[in-house]
Design a protein around this ligand. Structure first.
Ligand SMILES: Nc1ncnc2c1ncn2[C@@H]1O[C@H](COP(=O)(O)OP(=O)(O)OP(=O)(O)O)[C@@H](O)[C@H]1O
Ligand SMILES: [Mg+2]
Length: 170
């Protein structure tokens, strides 16, 4: 495919997170930045901290229900306890067919009115929105406590070009 003449603007930030509590804090700060219709894609190996981040995000958004790692559930809707957007938490690990399957889930919620967070969604759910915030979480090699994570946030598209990602620093 030919490269687009105007590639989508990209905005990024690198952070070091040193504990699960700090990862939760990052999620809580992220909640303040997010708007209905936003798509957040989380990547990182098993146990990197994707769900831990999402839990903090759910707390920050003030949604009902604990954000957990669903074993057999692909997507869970957490309605807002106030008048904010619901959180749709998707674990796409077992989602084979991508978006079609996601639509088949028949979530009883309007995606443009929700904040959607997808774990393991790379290559599967990009069609949901051409604007997205990617968050890649990496374990630091040689970390003696096993609690240090390098977090790279990359905002793609107009929505994210103006966003002040530095608000996410502690
Ligand atoms: N800095 C950190 N940030 C997040 N989690 C951490 C950190 N340090 C240690 N942990 C621990 O790592 C684990 C992360 O688990 P979590 O379920 O969030 O990972 P995940 O990326 O969602 O994994 P999976 O791919 O299985 O869904 C938790 O047990 C958490 O306490
Ligand atoms: Mg998880």
């Amino acid at each position: 495919m030919e490269a687009p003449h105007n590639p989508a603007p990209v905005n990024s930030l690198d952070l070091t997170v040193t504990s699960p509590e700090q990862m939760g804090d990052l999620g809580r700060r992220l909640a303040k930045l997010l708007r209905p219709g936003d798509l957040v894609m989380l990547s990182g190996e098993l146990g990197a901290g994707k769900t831990t981040l999402t839990r903090g995000l759910g707390e920050g958004l003030g949604v009902r229900g604990a954000v957990t790692s669903p074993t057999f559930v692909i997507a869970r809707v957490h309605p807002s306890l106030s008048d904010g957007p619901p959180l749709v938490h998707v674990d796409a690990y077992r989602l084979g067919g991508g978006l079609d399957e996601m639509e088949d889930l028949d979530l009883d919620v309007s995606l443009p009115e929700s904040v959607i967070v997808v774990e393991w969604g790379d290559g599967k759910v990009e069609e949901l929105s051409d604007e997205r915030l990617r968050i890649a979480i990496d374990r630091t090699v040689g970390d003696t406590t096993d609690e240090v994570r390098e977090v790279r946030l990359t905002g793609v598209g107009e929505r994210w070009s103006e966003a002040d990602l530095t608000l996410l620093t502690a």
